[in-house]
Design a protein around this ligand. Structure first.
Ligand code: NOJ
Length: 570
């Protein structure tokens, strides 16, 4: 069966098959030694980024912020946080990346501001019923919370205004926050909100930004009247594996309302003032795929993250199902599909795959939890990555995965920073383990993250073994990524088509043009019909003409080892 991509609405767009690399600025590289990464640190590493062979970077938020949710609580959308640098340095970084042929995508956080944003301060100051409060969702209720919504970080989605201001007039007033109380949701029925984010797009386009990753893109518009939902106030608990009713945390009247699409159509028109190829990518946890595809219709966003692929697990059937479903849904609206295995919100895939398939680790991992099989996890992660890189469409990588970095699974409770840890009394371990500052050298202070040894999250003791300087043999994870990215580009795999090939249970095989890709998701070696020569493997990296073939062949059958992936030139 062939899953065709065309006709695409934007067949020539640069992002159609681009490989994006997510930089989480606070954990990438720290030039000033304060324990928090910064823009100068990223500038220093542009040659490294160039050597990876990526097409674009996506920078997680770098705006002034109290940092309650690691920068996703923005206090000023038109500046750079002092701990990260200055607007001048942002300009330098954009120029340096462009010079290296790398596009720059930044994070846009439109669902909520920080409670330190001037709008929210003005709203608190101005009091009940004031126009200033109209920019957020303030509600009066003398009978408990205004509705039953829960925060995605735990607890109610409503916070008491009276507790903040201490003013009598604020008694029984609440404001809405789908995330932390320090992240009040803005009211997208208010013209100022529309105006503000349009200005944001224009401000950063003028500075040369090539696109925007839109945070919680499915939550901006709420159902009129904010009716109760059927998830209830313990929204985070729906992830409880023992819960009998399957519910989606991101469902109900706070999510995926039809009105969001009007916003994105308008943004598309605004961005078209700066050229037709500005990227908008949706972070939208929306199912099914056909519903998510509405975000990437030709006059809305360019792409949406393919989270079902990330969540499919080490399960051949589930992966194939997601690939078919998402490619078909996107093809129906003329959009290319994206692929992703890791980001700053989920357990790193080198660790996820180190657990038996189906193990529930969505809440994160702590020192008292069962620990993964690290070797198996990495072997499978490399195979999954190689498989993903051969799929048509575009790919999102997360900093450190090219080093084979696992999750830090034993972050001590006293070092935890994620608000979900605090708001659930530690039941949700949180996302700190995937956000640990990178190791740039085998030894030395903070493994080369900086020169002082400070680090906003603790690095594990053996972090240095993942440093780039430790990975100079061709079988290393870093060199596998580099070689695979180079080949992917040379062979135009991202612009190809996928044609499934029959394979035994637990094996996925497809042709993309002149190449056959085989992924063995089982724990035993598997033989699959194929002819030609192996050009890449997930265990030995690139295979050159002089190398002996790393696979066993029996005339027209190739044997792929357990948890391995190969690329074959037919
Ligand atoms: C999604 C971001 O990726 C996550 O890190 C953040 O906590 C929430 N949105 C709230 O902004």
């Amino acid at each position: 069966m062939t899953v065709t991509q065309p006709p695409l609405s934007h067949p020539d767009a640069w992002w159609r098959d681009a490989v994006f690399y997510q930089i989480y600025p606070r954990s990438f590289a720290d030039a000033n030694g304060d324990g928090m990464g910064d823009l100068s640190g990223i500038i220093d590493k542009v040659p490294y980024l160039e050597s990876l062979g990526i097409d674009a970077v996506w920078l997680s938020p770098f705006y002034p912020s109290p940092g309650v949710d690691a920068g996703y609580d923005v206090a000023n959308y038109f500046d750079i946080a002092p701990e990260f640098g200055t607007l001048d340095q942002a300009d330098q970084l954009i120029a340096a990346l462009h010079q290296a042929g790398i596009k720059v995508v930044i994070d846009l956080v439109p669902n909520h501001t920080s409670s330190e944003h001037e709008w929210f301060r003005q709203a608190l100051e101005a009091g009940p019923g004031s126009p200033e409060r109209e920019r957020y969702h303030f509600r009066y209720s003398d009978d408990g919370m205004p509705n039953n919504w829960g925060s995605l970080f735990g607890g109610s989605a409503w916070a008491s205004v009276h507790e903040l201001t201490g003013k009598e007039e604020d008694r029984h007033w609440y404001y809405l926050h789908l995330f932390a109380p320090e992240q009040p949701d803005v009211n997208w029925d208010h013209p100022d909100v529309h105006e503000h984010f349009e200005q944001f797009l224009r401000f950063w386009c003028v500075r040369g930004i090539d696109g925007f990753r839109v945070d919680v893109a499915h939550a901006l518009v709420k159902a009129p009247g904010l009716p109760d939902d059927d998830v209830g106030p313990d929204r985070w608990q729906v992830l409880d594996p023992d819960e009998e009713v399957e519910k989606q945390p991101d469902s109900g009247p706070a999510f995926n309302q039809p009105g969001v699409h009007e916003i994105y159509r308008h943004w598309r028109a605004v961005l078209n003032d700066y050229g037709e190829d500005k990227l908008l990518v949706a972070e939208a946890w929306v199912e099914p795929a056909s519903e998510l595809a509405n975000y990437v219709r030709s006059d809305e966003m360019s792409q949406a993250f393919n989270f079902p692929f990330l969540k499919a697990g080490w399960d051949a059937q589930a992966m194939r199902h997601v690939i078919d479903e998402t490619m078909e849904a996107n093809a129906a609206v003329g959009a290319p599909t994206t692929w992703v295995l890791s980001n700053h919100d989920v357990v790193r895939h080198a660790t996820r795959f180190g657990y038996p398939c189906g193990t529930d680790i969505e809440r994160g991992i702590g020192p008292d939890d069962p620990q993964p099989d690290e070797e198996l996890g990495l072997r499978r992660a490399r195979a999954a990555t190689l498989f993903m890189l051969a799929l048509p469409g575009s790919v999102y990588l997360y900093q450190g995965e090219e080093l084979g970095l696992p999750e830090h699974t034993t972050v001590p409770p006293e070092a935890r920073q994620d608000p979900s840890w605090f708001r659930t009394d530690g039941v949700v371990r949180g996302r700190d383990g995937c956000r640990i500052p990178l190791p740039w050298s085998a030894q030395g202070p903070a493994y080369g993250f900086n020169e002082t040894g400070q680090s906003w999250l603790p690095q594990p003791a053996d972090w240095g073994r993942f440093a780039p300087e430790q990975q100079d043999d061709s079988a290393s994870t870093l060199l596998m990524y580099r070689a695979a990215l180079a080949l992917r580009a040379r062979l135009s795999l991202g612009r190809g088509e996928l044609q499934w090939v029959e394979a035994p249970d637990g094996v996925l095989a497809f042709d993309n043009g002149e190449h056959r890709i085989i992924l063995n998701v089982t724990d035993e070696e598997q033989s699959i019909p194929a002819t030609g020569s192996v050009i890449m493997t997930s265990w030995a990296g690139v295979v050159s003409d002089q190398d002996a073939d790393p696979c066993r062949w029996d005339t027209d059958t190739v044997t792929v080892p357990a948890n391995g992936c190969v690329w074959i030139e037919k």
